[in-house]
Design a protein around this ligand. Structure first.
Ligand SMILES: N[C@@H](CCC(=O)N[C@@H](CS)C(=O)NCC(=O)O)C(=O)O
Length: 240
């Protein structure tokens, strides 16, 4: 099996990738022990669904982290998630929707629409892409308009920053309660949903500025311990 993972650049700091979908998929590949090569892209438009991440599996390009994990789980006899019961699967699906269809957009808001966040996000983009500051300034201003349009479908720009963060903080409280003493979302054994959780927490707490969502995540010791555990086990000394 030959796998090439196409994803956004590393960083900021020690974060494997600022995109939670990319970090989730890379974590999954490491959990599954599947050899893979990582190729960095800046323009996801070249991928099969116009988004990052995507993979090349034995020469075939496949989009969407969820569908990719499903396919690899099928091909590898449920190596990571095969032990989950049907009830756990049903519940996991709801948590996935909370993280990837709601909390993710609060993260997007924090980087692109929160005025303070957007100022720092430019710096993060320069750090991670190595692109020159003037180009990043033009690019981010351009993409900000697209992101604002995307977020309008959630009603976020009209709700305003305080309310949007309150919604995200509630997501984090729910996740913290579900995780409890863990160590993983579904008890003693990790699943791809733990990769998803760690990727979202990393995406929040590793941003180099302070904002309410980050303070809330930091306030949940179990979410931080879970993230640190996944980082230590799957990325210690191996990000790069
Ligand atoms: N459902 C997709 C979502 C992927 C996604 O939204 N990726 C974002 C980065 S976090 C992206 O490529 N955005 C660029 C764009 O929409 O142009 C997955 O699970 O892979």
């Amino acid at each position: 099996m030959t796998i090439t993972l196409y994803q956004f650049p590393r960083g900021p700091g020690r974060l494997p990738c600022a995109s939670p979908f990319c970090m989730k998929l890379e974590t999954y590949l490491r959990m599954a022990g599947l050899d893979h090569e990582v190729k960095t892209i800046l323009n996801p438009g070249k991928g099969p669904a116009g988004k990052a991440p995507f993979i090349e599996l034995n020469g075939e390009r496949l989009p969407d982290s969820r569908l990719i994990i499903q396919r690899l789980e099928h091909d590898c006899d449920g190596r990571v998630d095969g032990w989950l019961s049907e009830d756990q699967w049903a519940e996991a699906l709801a948590w996935q929707r909370l993280m990837e269809e709601h909390l993710y957009w609060v993260i997007v808001y924090s980087r692109w629409l929160d005025r303070d966040g957007f100022r720092h996000w430019g710096g993060v983009t320069i750090e991670t892409t190595g692109l020159p500051r003037p180009l990043v300034a033009v690019m981010t201003r351009f993409f900000r308009r697209t992101v604002r349009r995307d977020l309008r479908s959630m009603g976020f720009p009209a709700l305003g920053t305080d309310v949007v963060y309150r919604l995200g903080v509630a997501d984090l409280s729910a996740l913290a309660r579900r995780l409890g003493d863990g160590p993983f979302l579904f008890g003693e054994r990790p699943s791809s949903f733990d990769a998803m959780l760690a990727a979202h927490i990393g995406s929040i707490v590793e941003m180099p500025w302070d904002y309410p969502l980050k303070a809330a995540a930091r306030g949940h010791a179990n979410l931080i311990a879970h993230y640190e555990g996944i980082m230590a086990q799957h990325f210690a000394g191996r990000v790069g």
